[in-house]
Design a protein around this ligand. Structure first.
Ligand code: FEO
Ligand code: CA
Ligand code: CA
Ligand code: CA
Length: 644
């Protein structure tokens, strides 16, 4: 039986028997050893909650949601029944536009202290900036993938579906993908190491303890709240952990994570953050672009390293990021991984899971097979790059029980989409003579995953972004667009592909197989001319009832901005319904819900691209305040499940 574990804790299924749709939740079984671990977590957390207000905005509408009549759930037969935002409703893109059935609270904008009183708040004053030391204690910029872990995760694991996990308090892990120098520093390039440190500290991940109060959600104090930046100690695990290719002559310890794009939770209650455009933070302090291209390795070229990167200029003041500094010759190999973070242990180092491969990791979605093994579906977001799957060798509970990780011992595959609607998962193993010819060992292969996938003839895709496990265990893949596609293949049929599409795959053998079937679920171009129009699908998350939430990243037609749309995948034809339209030049990305699914969190990333003339959100329009990346807390006004 196929399992839905992307949201292992899902009380909404308990509430929504009326929807009469099979539940595939599988993360909820008793598991005593996880329980032991998590019970000790709970002790750490006990007494850590200090009520104090800081850094939140009042709800946009009334906060009188608790105990609301939920009868609409039963009356409303439509799975996605809310009144959509019409194209004509979007009249002022300085502020978001939300369905009239919903309300939002602006929450944890860039500059919010990660604990009350730990530092000052940065509120977007253009005449000043945080110091790097302040930024290290504030919520970063570039809000992207995130996940809500209920504070009583351990009890949920113990009692499974008989226990309703808390939906008003938890740990929120949130990625800070990027902030440009003009947005963060107020200038194009850093002029000092302090400038670089500020840029570095607004990137990374925040782990926050959050709680709902009568007037909305607030950040709380917690020993487990923390910022993880590119300067935080990390460790490597899996087949490449001890590779010489991850060591430098400088002997520097492994530090940090960067360009954390999408994410995904594990069934055992940890957070996986995905390193995407890590190449852009490296450069050469000594060579011109042409000179660097003449000396860079084939592997460096395949991962897009250049003399100037994306213009962050870190390499001018921080030698770790200088590709031509011989002391740090392998530093760049330390990025491009999936990194596991324990939200309930603030002292545990983040762990880079090398078995899951090195590429521009967009996001990850985990499915569980009936035998307890897991499959992780992952996209590599670059034009003409690939779709991947990682499969654990053993049931995850057994591995966790003995203190190891299911993400360290497994097989990595890359997808070939055949023209007839079938496909093959091709294993990336040194046991394949084609790959043994090229790489010395599995470690070198994994560090150069893209090169290995090239050799096997994987299918070049139109920028694989998020993956999500659908209600029936099928997998949805957003392919955001590809302006440079000139040669079509069946899975990427448009030349060029300016609007993007969504593919649905069904894995043979309960996610454990080497083959799959696939279909194009939706061509975004087919939505043009309809009220549900959207393009450039990016974020994807499916709930256990088959509501597919899509966030977009790209210029939207008909005067719209990037948006959050919801599709009922139980219907034979996709009918996107627009829940939210963001502000000028933002991106709608990152999505998570509380266990009861009455509250959702979604991000507006890079509002106005940092330009106060475009929007000042989350501040009211004033033409001056620097717009800040922000999380919107969403609720249906009648208290029903998000997306209904
Ligand atoms: Fe960070 Fe491909 O989006
Ligand atoms: Ca994305
Ligand atoms: Ca994107
Ligand atoms: Ca982005």
């Amino acid at each position: 039986m196929l399992k839905h574990v992307e949201n292992p804790i899902d009380n909404a299924q308990l509430h929504d028997d009326n929807e009469n749709i099979p539940s595939n939740n599988s993360g909820n079984r008793p598991f005593t050893d996880v329980l032991k671990t998590n019970l000790s977590r709970r002790k750490v957390l006990a007494g850590s909650v200090a009520a104090a207000a800081a850094g939140f905005f009042a709800p946009a509408a009334s906060a009188s949601l608790r105990g609301m009549d939920r009868s609409n759930d039963r009356i409303n037969r439509e799975l996605v029944g809310f009144k959509p935002v019409a194209i004509s409703d979007v009249t002022d893109v300085r502020m978001p536009t939300i369905s009239e059935d919903y309300e939002y609270q602006s929450f944890i904008p860039w500059g919010t202290p990660i604990q009350p009183g730990i530092t000052s708040e940065y509120a977007g004053d253009p005449s000043t900036r945080p110091t790097s030391a302040q930024a290290e204690l504030q919520v970063g910029i570039g809000h992207d993938g995130m996940w809500f872990f209920p504070i009583d995760f351990d009890l949920q694991m113990e009692y499974g579906r008989r226990y309703r996990a808390r939906s008003d308090e938890g740990m929120l892990c949130i990625n800070h993908e990027f902030g440009t120098n003009p947005h963060v520093l107020g200038k194009d390039a850093p002029e000092s190491l302090e400038d670089v440190r500020l840029s570095q500290h607004v990137h990374g991940v925040s782990v926050l303890h959050i709680k709902e109060h009568f007037d909305g959600w607030r950040v709380e104090s917690s020993p487990n709240a923390r910022r993880i930046t590119v300067n935080t100690p990390v460790e490597f695990a899996g087949p490449a952990a001890d590779s010489a290719l991850l060591q430098n002559p400088a002997g520097n310890m492994p530090l940090g994570t960067v360009n954390n794009c999408g994410s995904g939770p594990t069934p055992w209650g940890t957070y996986l953050t995905c390193e995407e455009n890590f190449n852009g933070y490296f450069g050469s302090s000594t060579l011109t672009g042409e000179e660097f291209e003449a000396v860079r390795t084939e592997e460096q070229a395949r991962y897009g390293f250049s003399a100037f990167g994306f213009g962050y200029g870190w390499h001018m003041f921080d030698q770790r990021f200088d590709l031509t500094n011989a002391d740090y010759v392998n530093e760049h190999n330390r990025f491009g991984w999936i990194v596991e973070i324990d939200p309930f242990n603030g002292t545990k180092k983040p762990v880079k899971r090398t078995a899951m491969g090195r590429f521009k990791h967009e996001a990850v979605a985990i499915a569980e097979s009936a035998d307890g093994r897991i499959a992780a579906y992952m996209g590599d977001d670059q034009r003409f790059d690939y779709c991947y799957k990682y499969v654990s060798n053993e049931p995850w509970r057994d591995v966790i029980e003995r203190g190891d990780s299911p993400l360290d011992d497994g097989k990595l595959f890359v997808a070939r989409y055949d023209e007839d609607g079938t496909g093959e998962w091709m294993e990336l193993t040194i046991d394949n003579p084609l790959l043994a010819d090229r790489f010395a060992d599995q470690a070198e292969l994994l560090i150069n995953t893209r090169v290995a996938a090239d050799i096997l003839g994987a299918t070049p895709m139109d920028r694989p972004e998020w993956t999500t496990i659908g209600q029936k265990g099928d997998v949805y893949w957003t392919l955001t667009n590809n302006s440079q596609r000139e040669v079509a293949n069946a899975a990427n049929p448009q030349t060029p592909n300016s609007d993007g599409h969504i593919i649905r795959t069904v894995d043979t053998a309960d996610h454990m197989g080497n083959t799959f079937t696939w279909e194009i679920y939706l061509l975004s171009s087919d939505t043009r001319g309809t009220e549900g129009v959207f393009t450039d699908p990016d974020l994807a998350w499916s709930d256990a009832n088959g509501r597919l939430f899509i966030g977009t990243d790209g210029g939207q037609p008909d005067g719209l901005q990037d948006q959050l749309t919801v599709i009922d995948t139980n219907k034979p034809t996709p009918e996107p319904k627009r829940l939210l339209v963001g502000v000028a030049s933002d991106e709608v990305t990152g999505f998570t819900v509380t266990p009861d699914r009455r509250t959702a969190f979604v991000n507006l990333q890079h509002p106005g691209n940092g330009n106060p003339a475009a929007t000042n959100f989350p501040a009211a329009p004033d033409g001056v305040t620097i717009p800040r990346d922000v999380t919107l807390v969403l609720r249906r006004k009648n208290g029903a499940v998000i997306g209904s």
